[in-house]
Design a protein around this ligand. Structure first.
Ligand SMILES: *Cc1c(COP(=O)(O)O)cnc(C)c1O
Ligand SMILES: [Zn+2]
Length: 404
């Protein structure tokens, strides 16, 4: 842990860590459910202190952490492997291609990183109840982390969340409230709950440490790429907090004087859930009216971190793309059969974006290094790929029955 203050990403005012909890008291005033969050806070560390103590040979990620070790949950999270796909890189005209497999987190998604840090913060504050709205993975992650600490998790999810995710959260022992409505409805309800009935709210971007937790994926990417900055990182985007967290990792490394450039961030959205994409392209925000994508984890009408994600993409010299559900499911199958990595549709969305970009006039150059962030495990939603494959019929257990 390194000392830090919170800074408002809109007005720039700074606050000590215990002076504020969620949004900037001034800019958050104008926030009302149904618009992207305003007054999102970011942690600004004592960067000279990090610079003086960080040794790449023995990286101490604790230096980039906003909560003291003694409050950390006992469930190991993060430190996921990053695979190199040389054959696929050559086919796509890239120098190097990695896939960071965050589906290997304990609850099967990158969301464990955010839940871990918010649970640590709740322990520091002495708050026993953590409340979240989620499309599914954030809830499973919170439930898993709370199972390890004995904290209580109260979860609002859309009733249509994939079965495996609902099974996870119930089995982990959380109190699960399926909501008749969308993720955005669940988000509103959970804010109401913590405002009037208590508990610590873990909603993405609303609690500033969700972004800090997700940041750890970016720090690991830097280390696993040999302490080099990859040219481009492909991230699937729903609320835009994973993308914001990856951006924050490289900003922190840069502010600590450990790197001297930023990776281009390529945000990929489903074409029906494209609010951030259109915001980046036009500079004007409007909701995604009907986010029907099969990639449930990125199905969002009003992304809470729309402003932060747009800033991060522009600052990195990156761009956004949209892909169809057909392209997502096809990319999921291609990635699985080429790499052995089975990621859920939302995770495969990043790879679909890479395939689309490399087939376009904006393709990354031949010596470029790129990272795909595979954000969730494919086993969380086996119904999605089942529409494209068939499982062979059974045979009699005799050699003659085989035509192979
Ligand atoms: C949450 C999630 C995303 C998107 O993250 P945001 O911060 O909402 O943009 C992508 N993939 C998976 C598997 C997720 O669970
Ligand atoms: Zn402010």
């Amino acid at each position: 842990m390194t000392p830090f203050v919170y800074r408002c990403t809109d007005c720039g005012r700074t606050y000590s860590r215990d002076e504020v909890r969620y949004l900037c008291p001034t800019c958050g005033e104008s926030y009302r459910p149904g618009i992207p969050l305003t007054g999102v806070l970011e942690a600004v560390f004592d960067y000279p202190a990090i610079h003086g103590r960080f040794q790449p040979g023995r990286p101490d990620w604790g230096l980039f952490c906003a909560v003291e070790d003694r409050y950390h949950p006992p469930l190991p999270v993060g430190n996921t492997p990053m695979a190199r796909l040389d054959r696929t890189a050559a086919e796509l005209g890239l120098g190097t291609l990695w896939v960071k497999n965050d589906g290997l987190n304990p609850s099967g998604s990158l969301k464990d990183r955010a839940s871990f840090l918010v649970a640590a913060e709740a322990a520091r504050l002495g708050i026993d109840l953590i409340v979240a709205a989620s499309t599914g993975n954030a809830a499973s992650a919170l439930a898993a982390v709370c199972a390890s600490t004995g904290q209580k998790a109260l979860i609002f999810v859309p009733e249509k969340a994939p079965k495996a995710k609902l099974v996870q959260m119930v089995l982990y022992g959380a109190t699960v409230v399926p909501v008749k409505g969308t993720y955005d409805d669940a988000f509103r309800l959970s804010l109401d709950y913590t405002a009037k009935r208590g508990g610590l709210n873990r909603n993405t971007a609303y609690h500033p440490l969700t972004l800090e937790g997700k940041k750890t994926a970016g720090l690991e990417i830097w280390a696993q790429a040999g302490f080099r900055v990859p040219d481009a990182i492909f991230v699937s985007v729903g609320d835009g907090v994973i993308l914001g967290g990856v951006a924050k990792a490289f900003l922190d490394l840069n502010r600590a004087g450990l790197i001297d450039r930023l990776p281009r961030l390529i945000g990929v959205q489903a074409d029906t859930s494209d609010a951030i994409h259109r915001y980046v392209e036009t500079g004007v925000y409007s909701d995604a009216a009907n986010p029907t994508t099969r990639a449930d984890s990125i199905s969002v009408t009003c992304p809470s971190n729309a402003h932060g994600a747009r800033r991060a993409i522009l600052e990195s010299g990156g761009l956004t793309l949209t892909v169809t559900d057909e392209e997502i499911l096809s990319a999921q199958a291609t990635l699985a059969s080429r790499s052995g990595i089975f990621t859920e549709p939302a995770g495969a969305t990043a790879f679909a974006g890479l395939l689309k970009l490399q087939a376009s006039s904006r393709a990354l150059p031949a010596d470029a290094s790129a990272v795909i962030l595979a954000t969730g495990n494919g086993l969380k939603d086996v119904e999605a790929p089942l529409s494209r494959i068939s499982i062979p019929p059974a045979v009699e257990p005799v050699l003659e029955a085989l035509s192979l």
